[in-house]
Design a protein around this ligand. Structure first.
Ligand SMILES: [Zn+2]
Ligand SMILES: [Zn+2]
Length: 551
């Protein structure tokens, strides 16, 4: 006998930041909201991305109707290629989000096999027993929606990521009205973004970075480098408008920044007057005070354009004394080391670096709502059950507490990945957990090489083995103190070990002393070269972990 209850099953994003993925089930119908990835923490050396374990969805393959996306950030769409290679289900998303998805699926040769459906705010669509209405929300990216899902048990609202920006740059306002309408009619459960549950007050509007950035533009006498996430469309738009105002031409450096800007232009989110954007190759035709370089790499990613420019290893982006570099983003915890390494290199080149250290004025605002915005939405929706989503456990907990304090919620329910919450209009209870967890993926290398997805779970790890390359580098001279050691487990032999040692030496020889002092870069280069060798010689894809000892 089938139960007449609704099930909510988070598969990712509850108990961690990233890889958001949540299933909603009524009897034989399942819909999935978001399919995100997570970038690995430094403990997970040798791994490119982390995605949710979707065993539950694979086991229930015939019931999965669709994946619906709230917006185009990687932590919501980045796991799609991996999930869609297992489950060929249609994907529903807004126009802008679909543009990102198309690029991603094309890269993984999945585009022809997957049915992509465009959704629009206020336009309901039906999937089996679910009728879904996308509701416009604001965030750091454009064209983002929350989802109101009518089910036989009642209405579920999933906020996606949001902040309440009452003056968005694209005039596409947060649709408070529709949230209130649902609230009036009665909402069974509200699943709300917890990212900034620890921040008091309101998150400032995207517009509020303009005055300080304007000031930086007028004070900069040489080249201006502006770095933000390639998906921060509003920020890119602001930088381009300021470039125009201050008579600077714009060169876009880095593939993701280029693609993102193109999509935003095509869909009318950024208007670029003719002649504003120049090719990176034209940079030398203009005096420095007439140039803005939009460059990717705010998180100190070792192979990003900014990291390479910082060690004078970029064809077009040259940092000269007196140039200004603005990092218009926050320092994501865990990335401090890489970011400060880049800032250090930039400082060595006598650039003026402006980053979000709390003393630089408002050069960045969060894309997530703070406590007052969370309270406001809860008060409009007044759900029977409140379920905090997106965040570490402590954020979820804080958010649950905040929700109860509003008095507008009957119960706040703490859930984690793999929990199954069964609910009807009166009651909610947790059932046994389903399989959930993290799957580590090594997609080849981070330098624009796309290979087939290879799943790095423990089983494969034990089959393909591990390679450790130990390098003792003298901090002052940048030279190796002794021959590199290569340790292989799971396979090996004197022959391949010798070859590996040679590859490591050759790789290091190919680096300038400044590059050598950038351990993130040494690490990545050694890893890529070893991988190439071992794959060619043995056909294996072991986990490769360079270990650098500073002497
Ligand atoms: Zn987001
Ligand atoms: Zn997110």
């Amino acid at each position: 006998m089938q139960t007449k209850k609704l099930q909510i099953i988070p598969l990712g994003g509850l108990g961690e930041f990233g890889m958001n993925c949540l299933a909603i089930r009524w009897q034989d119908d399942i819909i999935v909201i978001d399919a995100g990835l997570m970038f690995p923490e430094s403990e997970l050396l040798g791994v490119d991305i982390v995605v949710p374990d979707i065993t539950y969805l694979i086991e229930n393959k015939q019931h999965v109707r669709a994946i619906i996306l709230t917006h185009g950030h990687e932590d919501h769409i980045g796991g799609l290629p991996w999930i869609l290679s297992e489950l060929k289900v249609p994907v529903y998303a807004t126009e802008f989000t679909l543009a990102y998805v198309e690029g991603k699926l094309e890269e993984h040769q999945l585009l022809d096999e997957i049915d992509l459906e465009e959704i629009r705010p206020k336009e309901k669509f039906t999937l089996g027993p679910f009728t879904i209405e996308p509701i416009r929300v604001t965030h750091s990216l454009v064209d983002c929606v929350a989802l109101a899902i009518e089910t036989p048990a009642g209405v579920i609202i999933h906020t996606g990521d949001f902040k309440i920006d009452l003056a968005p740059l694209d005039d596409k306002s947060f649709d408070l009205h529709t949230f209130a309408e649902y609230g009036k009619r009665g909402v069974l459960a509200l699943l709300q973004d917890s990212t900034n549950a620890d921040r008091k007050g309101y998150t400032p509007s995207e517009r509020e970075v303009i005055p300080r950035l304007d000031e930086i533009f007028s004070q900069t006498k040489k080249k201006l480098f502006f770095s933000c996430f390639s998906s921060s469309i509003y920020r890119i738009r602001i930088a381009m408008e300021l470039a125009r105002k201050h008579g600077r031409k714009v060169a876009i450096i880095g593939r993701s920044m280029m693609e993102s800007t193109e999509i935003a232009q095509d869909l009318g989110y950024i208007e670029v007057p003719p002649g504003l954007i120049i090719n990176p190759g034209q940079l030398r035709d203009y005096p420095p005070e007439q140039l803005l370089l939009m460059i990717s790499g705010t998180q100190g990613e070792p192979m990003s354009a900014l990291s390479r420019a910082a060690v004078d290893n970029h064809k077009h982006a040259k940092i000269d004394p007196g140039d200004t570099v603005v990092l218009s983003s926050r320092i994501i915890p865990g990335n401090e080391k890489g970011i400060f390494r880049v800032i250090d290199h930039l400082s060595r080149r006598e650039a003026n670096v402006i980053f979000d250290d709390g003393h630089q004025g408002l050069i960045h605002v969060s894309g997530h709502g703070s406590q007052e915005e969370m309270r406001l939405l809860i008060n409009l929706v007044r759900p029977k059950f409140f379920i905090p989503i997106h965040g570490d456990y402590r954020h979820l907990r804080m958010h649950a507490k905040l929700a109860m304090e509003t008095g507008a919620v009957e119960h706040a329910i703490m859930m984690e990945d793999g929990d199954v919450l069964e609910l009807d209009k009166d009651d909610a209870r947790k059932l046994d957990k389903v399989t959930a967890g993290r799957v580590l993926i090594d997609s080849g290398s981070s330098i624009d090489v796309v290979e087939d997805l290879v799943i790095r779970d423990r089983r494969i790890l034990s089959e393909d083995g591990v390679v450790l390359a130990v390098l003792a580098i003298n901090k002052k001279s940048g030279k190796l103190e002794r021959a590199p050691e290569v340790i292989m487990r799971g396979f090996g032999g004197a022959d391949i070990t010798d070859q590996a040692r040679e590859v490591v030496l050759k790789t290091l020889d190919g680096l300038s002393s400044e590059q050598k002092s950038d351990y993130g870069m040494v690490n990545e280069k050694v890893r890529v070269e070893l991988k190439r060798l071992i794959q060619k010689q043995t056909g294996r894809r072991p986990m490769i972990m360079p270990v650098i000892l500073e002497i």
